[in-house]
Design a protein around this ligand. Structure first.
Ligand SMILES: *Cc1c(COP(=O)(O)O)cnc(C)c1O
Length: 390
């Protein structure tokens, strides 16, 4: 097939997929792979899950899209569910992670001018963060490689060191309208925030009446072993950005906010043509039902412990493994060797993995992954490491 019509935005692996089932995917030659990338933490129920297929089929027979000029029951039901599961009151729907971040940025700016002077517009972000590729989200992404060729970026932003409360203290003031943090930095290398750090960030935000925004786009929707990552850290943010796993593969994003934060928006302030469409919301409702009512999220901690224990054995066995990090089913293997070597070796042996940060390989299985597929992954990792280390 001609591969010249796509813009040169990705360095893709030389494989073409055409079918997926559970934790496995099949390329056009029928070769099977264990998929521990899950579309980068998107396919939380694996591929071709019957619940998702049913929702898609049934809803597409009724109503796929209707404008936000009108109400639709699926959107209302999904909003209510997200609010019931969280400590939050209001939802805005969009279609992707970066759009959720854009909505949060606009909400923070409006909150700032409503609650301070016209100078209360500054957003503080963390070094090594990732919040998306659109110009607003890019401006608060603390990694030069994503930003350098796209200047000038949005102004009114400041970076602060992750897990360093003293640095934040020196930057936050009454002109800060928000602080945005990933509870676990994803693209930055699966680096969790320290609980005490987040608690102090929350205190500082309260002191200066700035919104605390958690970007849970990668670490949310059950990845950490609770539906929202903030539950594990026991720090309630004012605003949460969601996407990736929210639709189990169907594109949908959302911003969840407390009444106080969400009050800033009034009609006309923000919108999205596709956001909250009946099809996306019905799929997301099905995903949440499966995750929460069928015990998928409840089993994440147990699976996580099993994987961490076994990865720790590999760490003892191979010097190439430096550290196991992360939480739940969002784990990282920090290496002393080039991460791409391990990823390629695993790929040859039928295991899909993706890198992060400097030298981390991510383990992002579907949340309903079987023990059998976990064992297959561990076995391939063991063999790959043994070949690379000898
Ligand atoms: C993936 C990701 C985004 C961007 O999401 P898109 O859907 O690709 O726009 C933002 N923040 C975090 C933490 C992410 O992992």
């Amino acid at each position: 097939m001609n591969k010249n019509n796509l813009m040169n935005t990705y360095s893709r692996v030389d494989v073409t997929f055409e079918k997926g089932l559970g934790s496995k995917v099949y390329d056009i030659n029928g070769k099977e792979y264990i998929d521990f990338v899950s579309g980068v933490a998107v396919n939380c129920l694996g591929h071709s899950h019957p619940t998702i297929i049913k929702a898609l089929n049934e809803q597409s027979n009724n109503l796929i899209h209707i404008s936000n000029l009108y109400w639709n029951t699926n959107q209302l039901e999904l909003a209510q569910k997200l609010c019931n599961y969280s400590d939050h009151d209001k939802v805005f729907f969009c279609n992707s992670g970066t759009e959720a971040v854009e909505a949060a940025i606009k909400l923070a700016r409006k909150y700032g001018i409503n609650n301070g002077t016209s100078k209360k517009n500054e957003i503080i972000f963390m070094e090594n963060s990732f919040h998306g590729r659109t110009m607003g989200a890019l401006a608060i992404t603390g990694q030069e490689k994503y930003q350098k060729d796209f200047m000038p970026l949005m102004s009114g932003v400041k970076s602060s060191k992750f897990n360093d409360i003293e640095d934040l203290k020196s930057k936050i003031d009454e002109n800060t309208c928000a602080v945005i943090i990933e509870p676990i930095q994803g693209e930055g290398g699966i680096v969790p925030a320290e609980i005490d750090f987040l608690k102090e960030v929350k205190n500082l935000c309260e002191k200066y009446n700035a919104l605390l925004i958690f970007d849970e786009i990668q670490c949310g929707i059950g990845r950490t072993g609770s539906l929202f990552a903030y539950e594990k850290f026991k720090v309630i943010p004012d605003v949460i950005c969601m996407a990736k796993g929210l639709g189990g593969g169907f594109p949908i994003g959302a911003v969840l906010a407390t009444q106080k934060a969400s009050d800033a928006f009034t009609p006309g302030d923000h919108g999205s043509t596709f956001g909250g469409n009946p099809l996306g919301c019905s799929v997301s409702l099905a995903v949440l039902n499966e995750l929460m009512d069928n015990g998928v999220v409840d089993k994440v901690d147990e699976k996580s412990e099993y994987i961490i224990n076994n990865l720790s054995i590999l760490k003892e066995k191979y010097e190439a493994v430096d550290k196991i990090q992360g939480m739940g089913l969002m784990l990282g293997i920090k290496l002393n060797i080039d991460k791409n070597k391990l990823i390629s070796k695993c790929f040859e042996k039928g295991l899909l993995l993706v890198g992060a940060g400097e030298n981390v390989v991510r383990i992002l299985p579907p949340l309903n992954v079987s023990k059998e597929d976990i064992d297959k992954c561990l076995d391939i990792l063991d063999k790959a490491l043994s070949e690379l280390c000898n």
